[in-house]
Design a protein around this ligand. Structure first.
Ligand SMILES: *Cc1c(COP(=O)(O)O)cnc(C)c1O
Length: 374
Protein backbone atom coordinates (compact mmCIF):
# COMPACT_ATOMS: atom_id res chain seq x y z
CA UNK A 1 0.00 0.00 0.00
CA UNK A 2 1.16 3.54 -0.76
CA UNK A 3 1.13 6.33 1.83
CA UNK A 4 -0.31 8.67 -0.80
CA UNK A 5 -1.01 6.86 -4.08
CA UNK A 6 -0.03 9.36 -6.79
CA UNK A 7 0.32 6.64 -9.42
CA UNK A 8 -3.28 5.54 -8.98
CA UNK A 9 -4.44 9.16 -9.18
CA UNK A 10 -2.46 9.66 -12.40
CA UNK A 11 -4.07 6.58 -13.93
CA UNK A 12 -7.54 7.96 -13.14
CA UNK A 13 -6.73 11.37 -14.69
CA UNK A 14 -4.25 10.19 -17.33
CA UNK A 15 -6.05 11.16 -20.53
CA UNK A 16 -6.74 14.72 -19.42
CA UNK A 17 -3.30 15.28 -17.89
CA UNK A 18 -1.51 13.87 -20.93
CA UNK A 19 -3.52 16.08 -23.31
CA UNK A 20 -3.01 19.17 -21.18
CA UNK A 21 0.75 18.65 -20.92
CA UNK A 22 1.19 17.75 -24.61
CA UNK A 23 -0.47 21.03 -25.54
CA UNK A 24 2.25 22.87 -23.63
CA UNK A 25 4.94 20.89 -25.44
CA UNK A 26 3.37 21.80 -28.77
CA UNK A 27 3.10 25.50 -27.91
CA UNK A 28 6.57 25.41 -26.32
CA UNK A 29 5.84 28.41 -24.14
CA UNK A 30 7.42 26.75 -21.11
CA UNK A 31 7.71 29.75 -18.79
CA UNK A 32 4.74 32.08 -18.15
CA UNK A 33 2.56 30.34 -20.75
CA UNK A 34 -1.17 31.01 -20.96
CA UNK A 35 -1.93 28.05 -18.64
CA UNK A 36 -0.14 29.82 -15.77
CA UNK A 37 -2.43 32.87 -16.01
CA UNK A 38 -5.52 30.71 -16.40
CA UNK A 39 -4.56 28.64 -13.36
CA UNK A 40 -3.94 31.77 -11.25
CA UNK A 41 -7.43 33.02 -12.09
CA UNK A 42 -9.02 29.66 -11.26
CA UNK A 43 -7.10 29.44 -7.97
CA UNK A 44 -8.00 32.99 -6.91
CA UNK A 45 -11.65 32.35 -7.64
CA UNK A 46 -11.67 29.00 -5.77
CA UNK A 47 -9.99 30.50 -2.69
CA UNK A 48 -12.08 33.66 -2.92
CA UNK A 49 -9.29 36.25 -2.99
CA UNK A 50 -8.45 38.98 -5.51
CA UNK A 51 -4.87 37.96 -6.29
CA UNK A 52 -3.08 34.66 -6.79
CA UNK A 53 0.60 34.67 -7.74
CA UNK A 54 2.09 31.25 -8.49
CA UNK A 55 5.76 30.63 -7.71
CA UNK A 56 8.46 27.95 -7.51
CA UNK A 57 7.41 26.19 -4.30
CA UNK A 58 5.70 26.66 -0.93
CA UNK A 59 8.87 27.78 0.82
CA UNK A 60 9.49 30.55 -1.72
CA UNK A 61 5.85 31.57 -1.30
CA UNK A 62 6.50 32.24 2.41
CA UNK A 63 9.75 34.09 1.65
CA UNK A 64 8.01 36.23 -1.01
CA UNK A 65 5.30 37.27 1.46
CA UNK A 66 7.84 38.20 4.14
CA UNK A 67 9.99 40.14 1.63
CA UNK A 68 6.93 42.03 0.38
CA UNK A 69 6.36 43.16 3.97
CA UNK A 70 10.01 44.14 4.36
CA UNK A 71 10.64 41.61 7.13
CA UNK A 72 14.30 41.14 8.03
CA UNK A 73 16.95 41.70 10.68
CA UNK A 74 15.63 42.75 14.07
CA UNK A 75 12.12 41.44 13.41
CA UNK A 76 10.44 38.70 15.43
CA UNK A 77 8.28 36.27 13.45
CA UNK A 78 6.17 33.92 15.57
CA UNK A 79 5.97 30.36 14.27
CA UNK A 80 4.32 27.23 15.72
CA UNK A 81 6.90 24.82 17.15
CA UNK A 82 5.10 21.80 15.67
CA UNK A 83 5.27 22.18 11.88
CA UNK A 84 7.39 21.43 8.81
CA UNK A 85 10.83 23.09 8.86
CA UNK A 86 10.03 25.58 6.06
CA UNK A 87 7.61 27.57 8.27
CA UNK A 88 10.57 28.61 10.44
CA UNK A 89 13.19 28.49 7.71
CA UNK A 90 11.51 31.21 5.63
CA UNK A 91 11.69 33.99 8.26
CA UNK A 92 15.23 32.94 9.24
CA UNK A 93 16.23 33.03 5.55
CA UNK A 94 14.94 36.62 5.37
CA UNK A 95 17.22 37.53 8.30
CA UNK A 96 14.39 37.74 10.84
CA UNK A 97 14.29 35.77 14.09
CA UNK A 98 11.72 32.97 14.28
CA UNK A 99 10.21 32.78 17.75
CA UNK A 100 8.63 29.40 18.34
CA UNK A 101 5.26 29.08 19.98
CA UNK A 102 3.54 26.03 21.47
CA UNK A 103 0.53 24.41 19.77
CA UNK A 104 -2.88 23.11 20.88
CA UNK A 105 -2.93 19.48 21.93
CA UNK A 106 -6.23 18.73 20.19
CA UNK A 107 -5.98 20.58 16.84
CA UNK A 108 -2.14 20.52 16.55
CA UNK A 109 -2.33 24.20 15.48
CA UNK A 110 -0.75 27.32 17.01
CA UNK A 111 -1.81 28.07 20.58
CA UNK A 112 -3.10 31.64 20.77
CA UNK A 113 -2.36 31.73 24.51
CA UNK A 114 1.23 30.66 23.92
CA UNK A 115 1.51 33.24 21.11
CA UNK A 116 0.54 36.08 23.45
CA UNK A 117 3.04 34.88 26.06
CA UNK A 118 5.79 34.83 23.42
CA UNK A 119 4.94 38.32 22.16
CA UNK A 120 5.03 39.70 25.70
CA UNK A 121 8.39 38.02 26.31
CA UNK A 122 9.85 39.54 23.13
CA UNK A 123 8.53 42.98 24.08
CA UNK A 124 9.99 42.63 27.60
CA UNK A 125 13.37 41.59 26.17
CA UNK A 126 13.26 44.67 23.95
CA UNK A 127 15.72 43.34 21.37
CA UNK A 128 13.32 42.42 18.56
CA UNK A 129 10.23 44.03 17.08
CA UNK A 130 7.20 41.69 16.87
CA UNK A 131 6.03 41.89 13.23
CA UNK A 132 4.40 38.72 11.92
CA UNK A 133 2.70 35.55 13.09
CA UNK A 134 2.91 32.59 10.69
CA UNK A 135 -0.09 30.39 11.39
CA UNK A 136 0.10 26.94 9.85
CA UNK A 137 -2.99 24.96 8.78
CA UNK A 138 -1.41 21.75 9.99
CA UNK A 139 -2.40 18.41 8.45
CA UNK A 140 -5.18 20.15 6.49
CA UNK A 141 -7.07 21.97 9.21
CA UNK A 142 -7.19 25.76 9.37
CA UNK A 143 -5.84 27.40 12.50
CA UNK A 144 -8.23 29.31 14.77
CA UNK A 145 -7.98 32.65 12.94
CA UNK A 146 -10.87 34.29 14.82
CA UNK A 147 -8.98 34.07 18.10
CA UNK A 148 -5.58 34.60 16.48
CA UNK A 149 -6.75 37.86 14.86
CA UNK A 150 -7.55 39.40 18.24
CA UNK A 151 -4.03 38.88 19.54
CA UNK A 152 -2.51 39.90 16.18
CA UNK A 153 -4.49 43.14 16.26
CA UNK A 154 -3.61 43.88 19.88
CA UNK A 155 0.14 43.67 19.10
CA UNK A 156 -0.03 44.96 15.52
CA UNK A 157 1.15 41.71 13.94
CA UNK A 158 0.61 40.80 10.29
CA UNK A 159 -0.89 37.32 9.82
CA UNK A 160 0.82 35.03 7.30
CA UNK A 161 -1.16 31.85 6.67
CA UNK A 162 1.08 28.90 5.76
CA UNK A 163 -1.56 26.90 3.91
CA UNK A 164 0.89 24.41 2.37
CA UNK A 165 -1.14 21.60 3.95
CA UNK A 166 -4.43 23.46 4.21
CA UNK A 167 -5.41 24.02 0.57
CA UNK A 168 -9.04 22.98 0.13
CA UNK A 169 -9.90 23.26 3.83
CA UNK A 170 -12.57 25.64 5.16
CA UNK A 171 -14.02 27.29 8.22
CA UNK A 172 -17.70 27.88 7.51
CA UNK A 173 -17.76 29.11 3.92
CA UNK A 174 -14.32 30.72 4.02
CA UNK A 175 -11.53 28.82 2.29
CA UNK A 176 -8.11 28.16 3.79
CA UNK A 177 -5.33 30.29 2.22
CA UNK A 178 -7.67 33.30 2.49
CA UNK A 179 -7.47 33.76 6.30
CA UNK A 180 -4.12 35.51 6.45
CA UNK A 181 -3.25 39.04 5.33
CA UNK A 182 -1.29 36.91 2.90
CA UNK A 183 -1.83 33.16 2.47
CA UNK A 184 0.53 30.70 0.82
CA UNK A 185 0.37 27.14 -0.39
CA UNK A 186 2.58 24.41 -1.85
CA UNK A 187 1.93 22.14 -4.82
CA UNK A 188 4.62 19.62 -3.79
CA UNK A 189 3.33 16.28 -5.18
CA UNK A 190 2.15 14.86 -1.84
CA UNK A 191 0.24 17.98 -0.70
CA UNK A 192 -3.59 18.07 -0.94
CA UNK A 193 -3.29 19.60 -4.43
CA UNK A 194 0.05 18.49 -5.85
CA UNK A 195 1.73 19.03 -9.20
CA UNK A 196 4.40 16.87 -10.88
CA UNK A 197 7.42 18.66 -9.48
CA UNK A 198 7.75 21.72 -7.24
CA UNK A 199 5.22 24.53 -7.21
CA UNK A 200 3.59 27.06 -4.90
CA UNK A 201 1.29 30.08 -4.73
CA UNK A 202 0.66 33.27 -2.78
CA UNK A 203 -2.86 34.63 -2.15
CA UNK A 204 -3.88 38.12 -1.04
CA UNK A 205 -6.64 40.69 -1.35
CA UNK A 206 -4.07 43.49 -1.13
CA UNK A 207 -3.20 44.73 -4.65
CA UNK A 208 -0.05 46.59 -3.56
CA UNK A 209 1.48 43.50 -1.94
CA UNK A 210 0.44 41.42 -4.96
CA UNK A 211 2.28 43.84 -7.28
CA UNK A 212 5.44 43.66 -5.17
CA UNK A 213 5.30 39.84 -5.10
CA UNK A 214 4.81 39.66 -8.89
CA UNK A 215 7.95 41.76 -9.20
CA UNK A 216 9.93 39.86 -6.54
CA UNK A 217 9.39 36.47 -8.15
CA UNK A 218 10.82 37.66 -11.50
CA UNK A 219 14.15 39.25 -10.51
CA UNK A 220 12.52 42.34 -8.98
CA UNK A 221 11.17 43.34 -12.39
CA UNK A 222 9.72 46.76 -13.19
CA UNK A 223 8.15 47.09 -16.65
CA UNK A 224 9.76 43.77 -17.65
CA UNK A 225 12.50 41.46 -16.44
CA UNK A 226 15.24 43.63 -18.00
CA UNK A 227 14.02 46.61 -15.97
CA UNK A 228 14.95 45.73 -12.40
CA UNK A 229 13.69 47.94 -9.60
CA UNK A 230 14.45 45.77 -6.54
CA UNK A 231 16.43 42.68 -5.59
CA UNK A 232 14.18 39.70 -6.07
CA UNK A 233 14.50 36.06 -6.95
CA UNK A 234 13.64 33.67 -9.78
CA UNK A 235 10.64 31.74 -8.54
CA UNK A 236 7.98 30.80 -11.06
CA UNK A 237 5.57 27.94 -11.59
CA UNK A 238 6.41 26.58 -15.03
CA UNK A 239 3.75 26.06 -17.70
CA UNK A 240 3.91 22.25 -17.63
CA UNK A 241 3.10 22.27 -13.91
CA UNK A 242 0.25 24.73 -14.49
CA UNK A 243 -1.15 22.41 -17.16
CA UNK A 244 -1.05 19.47 -14.73
CA UNK A 245 -2.60 21.56 -11.96
CA UNK A 246 -5.48 22.81 -14.12
CA UNK A 247 -6.63 19.21 -14.63
CA UNK A 248 -5.97 18.21 -11.01
CA UNK A 249 -7.70 21.29 -9.57
CA UNK A 250 -10.89 20.36 -11.41
CA UNK A 251 -10.89 16.82 -9.98
CA UNK A 252 -9.90 18.18 -6.56
CA UNK A 253 -12.83 20.62 -6.42
CA UNK A 254 -15.40 18.34 -8.02
CA UNK A 255 -14.86 15.12 -6.06
CA UNK A 256 -11.42 14.42 -4.56
CA UNK A 257 -11.85 16.70 -1.53
CA UNK A 258 -15.13 14.97 -0.69
CA UNK A 259 -13.66 11.51 -1.23
CA UNK A 260 -10.73 12.16 1.10
CA UNK A 261 -13.17 13.46 3.73
CA UNK A 262 -15.15 10.22 3.63
CA UNK A 263 -11.93 8.25 4.07
CA UNK A 264 -11.04 10.37 7.11
CA UNK A 265 -14.56 10.00 8.48
CA UNK A 266 -14.37 6.22 8.30
CA UNK A 267 -10.94 6.17 9.97
CA UNK A 268 -12.29 8.24 12.86
CA UNK A 269 -15.38 6.08 13.23
CA UNK A 270 -13.30 2.89 13.40
CA UNK A 271 -10.40 4.15 15.51
CA UNK A 272 -12.13 6.48 17.96
CA UNK A 273 -11.95 4.08 20.92
CA UNK A 274 -8.39 2.90 20.34
CA UNK A 275 -6.35 6.08 19.74
CA UNK A 276 -7.00 9.83 19.84
CA UNK A 277 -8.38 10.72 16.40
CA UNK A 278 -8.11 14.21 14.84
CA UNK A 279 -10.41 16.80 16.39
CA UNK A 280 -12.10 18.88 13.70
CA UNK A 281 -14.04 21.58 15.59
CA UNK A 282 -17.57 22.52 14.52
CA UNK A 283 -17.67 24.43 11.25
CA UNK A 284 -14.17 23.39 10.16
CA UNK A 285 -13.54 21.22 7.11
CA UNK A 286 -10.11 19.65 6.63
CA UNK A 287 -8.24 18.94 3.40
CA UNK A 288 -6.54 15.97 5.10
CA UNK A 289 -2.94 16.55 4.09
CA UNK A 290 -2.35 13.96 6.82
CA UNK A 291 -4.56 11.73 8.92
CA UNK A 292 -2.71 11.85 12.23
CA UNK A 293 -3.64 9.98 15.38
CA UNK A 294 -2.18 10.29 18.88
CA UNK A 295 -1.08 7.07 20.60
CA UNK A 296 -0.98 6.50 24.36
CA UNK A 297 2.80 6.79 24.51
CA UNK A 298 6.00 6.29 22.53
CA UNK A 299 5.93 2.52 23.13
CA UNK A 300 2.40 2.08 21.77
CA UNK A 301 3.27 4.19 18.72
CA UNK A 302 6.31 2.05 17.97
CA UNK A 303 4.23 -1.12 18.26
CA UNK A 304 1.51 0.18 15.94
CA UNK A 305 4.03 1.44 13.39
CA UNK A 306 5.95 -1.85 13.40
CA UNK A 307 2.89 -4.06 13.00
CA UNK A 308 1.58 -1.88 10.18
CA UNK A 309 4.95 -2.13 8.46
CA UNK A 310 4.94 -5.93 8.81
CA UNK A 311 1.63 -5.87 6.95
CA UNK A 312 3.03 -3.71 4.15
CA UNK A 313 1.38 -0.50 5.36
CA UNK A 314 3.53 2.63 5.65
CA UNK A 315 2.91 4.99 8.59
CA UNK A 316 4.94 8.16 9.16
CA UNK A 317 5.86 10.33 12.12
CA UNK A 318 5.05 13.97 11.37
CA UNK A 319 6.86 15.45 13.27
CA UNK A 320 9.60 13.81 15.32
CA UNK A 321 10.81 16.98 17.02
CA UNK A 322 9.81 20.56 17.62
CA UNK A 323 11.36 23.38 15.63
CA UNK A 324 13.23 24.67 18.68
CA UNK A 325 15.03 21.29 18.74
CA UNK A 326 16.27 21.54 15.15
CA UNK A 327 20.01 22.03 14.98
CA UNK A 328 19.69 24.78 12.38
CA UNK A 329 17.86 26.92 14.93
CA UNK A 330 20.23 26.42 17.89
CA UNK A 331 21.20 29.89 18.99
CA UNK A 332 18.98 31.65 16.43
CA UNK A 333 15.47 30.61 17.41
CA UNK A 334 14.48 32.45 20.56
CA UNK A 335 12.92 29.99 22.95
CA UNK A 336 10.26 32.22 24.37
CA UNK A 337 7.87 29.82 26.04
CA UNK A 338 7.57 26.17 27.00
CA UNK A 339 6.59 23.54 24.46
CA UNK A 340 4.61 21.09 26.57
CA UNK A 341 2.10 20.21 23.84
CA UNK A 342 4.70 19.96 21.08
CA UNK A 343 6.69 17.56 23.26
CA UNK A 344 3.56 15.55 24.01
CA UNK A 345 2.71 15.31 20.29
CA UNK A 346 6.20 14.57 18.96
CA UNK A 347 6.31 11.51 21.22
CA UNK A 348 2.90 10.17 20.24
CA UNK A 349 1.70 11.19 16.77
CA UNK A 350 1.44 8.75 13.87
CA UNK A 351 0.20 9.61 10.38
CA UNK A 352 -1.66 6.91 8.46
CA UNK A 353 -1.98 6.48 4.69
CA UNK A 354 -4.64 8.76 3.24
CA UNK A 355 -5.63 9.92 -0.25
CA UNK A 356 -8.89 10.32 -2.18
CA UNK A 357 -8.56 7.01 -4.02
CA UNK A 358 -8.16 4.76 -0.97
CA UNK A 359 -10.82 2.11 -0.69
CA UNK A 360 -13.02 1.66 2.36
CA UNK A 361 -11.59 -1.88 2.52
CA UNK A 362 -8.07 -0.51 2.90
CA UNK A 363 -9.15 1.79 5.72
CA UNK A 364 -10.88 -1.12 7.45
CA UNK A 365 -7.75 -3.29 7.07
CA UNK A 366 -5.54 -0.61 8.66
CA UNK A 367 -8.02 0.04 11.46
CA UNK A 368 -8.32 -3.68 12.26
CA UNK A 369 -4.55 -3.98 12.58
CA UNK A 370 -4.32 -0.95 14.88
CA UNK A 371 -7.20 -2.20 17.04
CA UNK A 372 -5.49 -5.61 17.36
CA UNK A 373 -2.36 -4.05 18.92
CA UNK A 374 -2.25 -4.93 22.62
C1 LIG B 1 5.44 21.44 2.48
C2 LIG B 1 5.37 22.58 3.39
C3 LIG B 1 6.01 23.80 3.11
C4 LIG B 1 6.95 23.98 1.96
O1 LIG B 1 6.47 23.68 0.71
P1 LIG B 1 7.49 23.30 -0.47
O2 LIG B 1 6.66 23.42 -1.70
O3 LIG B 1 7.97 21.92 -0.22
O4 LIG B 1 8.60 24.31 -0.46
C5 LIG B 1 5.83 24.86 3.98
N1 LIG B 1 5.08 24.72 5.09
C6 LIG B 1 4.47 23.57 5.41
C7 LIG B 1 3.63 23.51 6.64
C8 LIG B 1 4.60 22.46 4.58
O5 LIG B 1 3.99 21.32 4.91
Amino acid sequence: MEFRDLKLQYNKLKTDIDNSVLKVFENSHFISGIEVMELEEELASYIGVKNCITCGNGTDALVLALLAWGIGKGDAVFVPDFTFFASGEAPAFCGATPVFVDVEKDTYNISVKSLEEAVIKVLDDGKLVPRVVIAVDLFGQAADYDRLRKVAKKYNLLVLEDGAQGFGGKNGCQMSCSFGDIGTTSFFPAKPLGCYGDGGAVFTNNDDWADIIRSLCVHGKGINKYDNIRIGMNSRLDTVQAAVLKVKLKAFKEYEIEMVNSIAGLYSELLRDKVITPDIPNGFYSSWAQYTVVCKDRVEREKVKTILKENGIPAMIYYMRGMHEQKAFYGTGLEAVNYINTLYLTERVLSLPIHPYMTLGQVKEIADIIISVK
